[in-house]
Design a protein around this ligand. Sequence first.
Ligand code: ASP
Length: 441
Amino acid sequence: MLTKVVKFGGSSLADAKHFKQVADIIHADPARRYVVPSAPGKRSKDDTKVTDMLYRCYEMIRNHESADIIDAYYDNIRERYNGIIRELGLDFDISGELDYVKNAMTHASGRDYAASRGEYLNSLVLAKYLGFSFIDAENVIFFRENGTFDEERTNAVLAEELKKHEYAVIPGFYGSMPNGTIKTFSRGGSDITGSIVARAANADLYENWTDVSGFLMADPRIVDNPPPIETITYRELRELSYMGATVLHDEAIFPVRYANIPINIRNTNAPEDAGTMIVSKATGYDARRIITGVAGKKGFSVIHIEKDMMNAEVGFGRRVLDVLEDHDISFEHLPSGIDTMSIVVSTQELEGRRERIINAINRQVRADHVEIMDGLSLVAVVGRGMVKARGTAARVFNAVSAAGINIRMIDQGSSELNIILGVDEDSYEPALRAIFNEFVK
Ligand code: ASP
């Protein structure tokens, strides 16, 4: 029998109506054996996610706010779960669990413990509703002493545990430390849990159910009706999500990539949509389009360094990068000329230490001129089709220049999978639109 691991995001489990949709999806395919839920998310734009309520509650306890105020706030969390149970007509009393969590939070169980209970409680309800086993993530997902995820130990223990259950619910987002305390992944981390479970189950597919029908080719706030991406490789996805196209947690692809399991992004509210398939190697690409997607970000600066005969000076680049390393700054791109070197970094990283960095670079390499220029945005054009199609770069540059936009920087990744352009921030949206229209319309 096929095995699918299905992860449902918070918006897919925000209320009883969504629980029903989720159950329909799961029951529609017996291969959907292992379910990884998030905590209940927002029911409307102004609503608060349960995870955020738990963080807030934890802060209130730490700030020694009065017991009445904390109780009243915690009642809202209780009601999120009780409301779902009531509306589903489930014969399940979760009040003992809710009391226990509240008590543990009051007795210094830590911030991660508090946050993780959103997934824990939701999984209890969902397991009950589906009639599946419940496997607590704290017993099967492990972190090392230094806080990093322990993939070997997790995979061994989790794989054994899954074999004992034909159908099970495993809460997302958290695991345990060697001393037994609870630790969470970063925000949105249930995506990672889903991927870990898929690997341990040796699944045929990891379905990640959310509230959009996959990745779109571009940001719909900037271009009109961008089509969804049908198939994308892990590497293309890394490039696009690094540039802000976020549907899936950045780290979620590693466990499944390791095991060569495809991820299918699906929409709980439109289960008939095929969504986006994320695969290790795509057999082809859409020849009509060549590019897979275009994304970008604002908020970059360029550290521009000039020195005559720079190219003949062995170790120049290393000495400049040493300065960045000393300041714990990571750089994005490093386009260089014969006597110039530009380092693109996020403007935020320079905050409060511009002078120090300029002086340190001057000291290290005795440059003729060092200057920081702000207001750069980056646009990434990504596509496996670009490797084969000649003239793609020319089309990108022509489209941008025809829109009257000055290109301040060009960088082509060594894999030929992407072309990155640097343009002024106020040209960001027009540049993105120009490229999209060139390839998609
Ligand atoms: N509930 C957690 C969060 O809001 C984790 C997740 O949803 O993936 O970040």
